[in-house]
Ligand binder design. Sequence first.
Ligand SMILES: [Zn+2]
Length: 443
Amino acid sequence: MHDKLKQAELHVHIGGCLSAQDLAHIAADFYREIDWQPFVENYQRVFCQVADPVAWFDAAVLNRDFSLLEQGYYVTDKDSGDFARFQARFDLLIYIARHLKQKLGHQGPMLDRIFARHRAEGLRYVEYRAMSAIADTYEKFKAFHSEYATACMQASDEQMTVRYIASLPRDNAVLSYRWLRQLLDELPQLRQTIVGIDFCFWEEGYPPKSMTAFFDQLHADNAMNPTHALDVVYHVGESFFDKSLESAIRWCHEAAMLNAKRLGHAIALGMDPLVAISRYDDAHVAESASERLDQITYDLKHARAMQAFGIEVDVEAMIAERNDLAKLSPQNKVHRTYDANRLAEIRLRQRFVLHCLTALGTVIETCPTSNLRIGGVPSPADHPVHRFLESDVNLLIAADDPGIFNVTLADEVNWVVKHSVMNQTQLAKRLGDPIRFALRTLE
Ligand SMILES: [Zn+2]
């Protein structure tokens, strides 16, 4: 049973699956042709170090010495919480993937390496996701996603089932969703492979409520044609320094209420609030007036349900605050400092929302290494997985970007066993078989 946790990978981004060895293999014939200057300049800016990618690849390709390439590329605990460092390293693979595409017109060798690696690791079921940064027309959108989905379809066999989730941009959800439906109408052979929609990348500035039109359209389409239904997986509560902890918790609940089937990370629901606010001076103290207003609306709406969890909503005070906030411009910053009472209440809010998610059947995808290296979780003891395990919420373990983190899904499961109070058997019993959380499959 324990092995089942290591056989179904439900949260990985295709680009993030490439290891240093994969990059050397793919780029062996052309790494010298790439103009590395912008990469080198950015690397210098971020790390204050001189990068020499040609030397890194020379050592890897000519001498089978991967140490320089690994040092330059892998995101480690030293990069913790700094997205600029992640991006500067990730750029290495972007340059290679782009050049590969220019040379061949496709990225087949890159995808083949990823599938082969995961097959060798013993994975039985994988849902890959990918987002295009350049798909500003339907033609580009179709070319990008159909190439990846077709590769997934062709790689799928009895040993390893391969599915594809299209990551759509949060700022263009409705139009890109229509494009995805058009793509599926034009290429119906991909219906079995493309099982859902993901929202990833920056979540700040894109509250779940801004996605309402998209979700309304999706639910209407799914109801009209259930055999072609698409599910949504949704990154939320991963990066939330722009708002209060109450709002970050609320966003996770709102995404679940919009009917996202699985939430990516949801760190806000499981990391202790004292840890969250101690990450730097005045963390989570300020948020926009509009965000605070949304919180008040939410609190008034859920006051009774929250009361059962020990959260007291002072209705009169909230209405008075709402009237004051209405006089401000929506973007005005509102500052509210934390004291012990507020922190205690936030812990109750986390329990409340975990309870709501459990009732809704929403699944949390927790990614241990990713949360430590790019999610701003300071240490293993502070990881949200501990609170998730204590609750009854549906939970699965995933690797997010296993290539650039140099980990496997099995490593991630072993990490949880090592750092939680559960042994392998207890963890397997608590989580059950993650395959039951796979998105819709048409067999
Ligand atoms: Zn992710």
